[in-house]
Design a protein around this ligand. Structure first.
Ligand SMILES: Cc1cc2nc3c(=O)[nH]c(=O)nc-3n(C[C@H](O)[C@H](O)[C@H](O)COP(=O)(O)O)c2cc1C
Length: 352
């Protein structure tokens, strides 16, 4: 049976699959544009997306703002009428300016996590951009939607639930991960119930999307069965020809075994899931000094003098051929990704 289109307000998404934002430099215009072209939502990660530009080292914020414009334009050229948006980490340095730039360039959607995006409605006010928080519990959903209701008299256009099998930073404490894996389906049901209250309050429909460990069509059907209306997938999109990451990064995915996937401690203050390598081993026993702070995180969250390593440098190394000196974010199912494909083939496989 074919998948039902996803309706987000007046926005119709032909295929209810969102390609999750992947920073740094993994989901840029090529991946996002091609997913959008195939009928899903293509998401550009804004995390240090200016890293290939000349002004990145001298004016990091400006280069990120420039890259947002450049990447969006290029993605739209590939996507045609397809839907392209941005993933913006709440913890980002100059979050407000980054959101406003995404709105200015014409983002169709903005998805925001790694913290609760409490002020997001203010920064997108007056725009057509559809907004979604990334949340991992019913409690967080309730707190955030209550806050938006009280302060902005509005609610989310859609919700992304991110479960404990996702790649990158996780919204769970390290010690609670196993329990979260066992109880996530119940939590999805709880979140959907919370969302219902706000649908009633605002007389709108708020589709719920599930992310984290979604690998194949049967996983999609499982979450649709729980009441979700779409999925967000990231890990599976890395080993596509169109993914913006270089081949040596994709090779790490293709070669990863189950025992290579580990939970790391990120300077962002959250655990993260990544593929084990020389660097991740080293961080367990050594602090790795930062030569120059790239200003990727809010100052309150990161002190370059005391942090065990620089997350921004480690993530940029991952996509600039220094995969041994890098953090290689990946979802729990990365060991099941065994061959390269194309976005077209992957979308076809998931839809059929
Ligand atoms: C390499 C990689 C980088 C990621 N970077 C980000 C990011 O910058 N911001 C974010 O909110 N989520 C990020 N994520 C999480 C994904 O957007 C997505 O929600 C999650 O990985 C879904 O699980 P899956 O990878 O099992 O499909 C990242 C995931 C991966 C694998």
């Amino acid at each position: 049976m074919s998948l039902k289109p996803l309706q987000i307000g007046d926005l119709t998404v032909p295929v209810p699959i969102i390609q999750g934002g992947m920073g740094v430099g993994i989901s840029l215009h090529r991946l996002a544009g091609n997913v959008a072209k195939e009928g899903g939502i293509g998401i550009i990660s804004t995390a240090q997306c200016g890293f290939p530009l000349d002004n990145f080292k001298t004016d990091t914020l400006q280069s990120n703002l420039d890259a947002i414009e450049k990447e969006f334009k290029a993605a739209k050229e590939i996507a045609g009428d397809g839907i392209v948006g941005f993933n913006i980490m709440v913890a980002s340095f100059s979050y407000e300016e980054i959101v406003k730039q995404c709105v200015k360039v014409g983002a169709d959607v903005i998805i925001s996590g790694a913290g609760l995006p409490t002020s997001l409605p203010e920064y997108v006010a007056g725009s057509k951009a559809k907004i979604a928080p990334i949340i991992s519990s019913g409690r967080a959903a309730k707190i955030l939607l209550k806050h938006w209701s009280k302060h902005y008299n509005r609610t989310a256009d859609f919700i992304v639930i991110e479960g404990p099998l996702a790649g990158g930073h996780l919204g769970f404490k390290k010690d609670h991960l196993q329990e979260a894996i066992e109880t996530m389906d119940e939590e999805v049901t709880k979140i959907i119930a919370v969302v219902k209250d706000f649908e009633e309050e605002f007389n709108v429909h708020i589709p719920v999307i599930f992310a984290g460990g979604v690998f194949n069509r049967s996983d999609i059907d499982h979450y649709m069965g729980l009441g979700c209306e779409g999925v967000q997938m990231a890990t599976r999109f890395v080993c596509t020809e169109e993914c913006d990451a270089p081949d040596d990064y994709k090779e790490r995915y293709l070669n990863a075994k189950k025992e290579d996937v580990e939970i790391i401690t990120s300077p962002v203050g959250m655990p993260g899931r990544a593929i084990k390598n020389k660097f991740s081993e080293l961080t367990k026993t050594h602090n790795i000094p930062t030569s120059k702070c790239n200003r990727c995180l809010d100052k309150k969250l990161c002190d370059s003098k005391t942090n065990p390593y620089c997350i921004s440098t480690a993530l940029i190394n991952a996509v600039t051929h220094h995969t041994d000196d890098a953090i290689l974010f990946a979802g729990a199912n990365v060991y099941r990704v065994n061959e390269m494909t194309t976005v077209h083939e992957l979308m076809k496989e998931l839809c059929d």
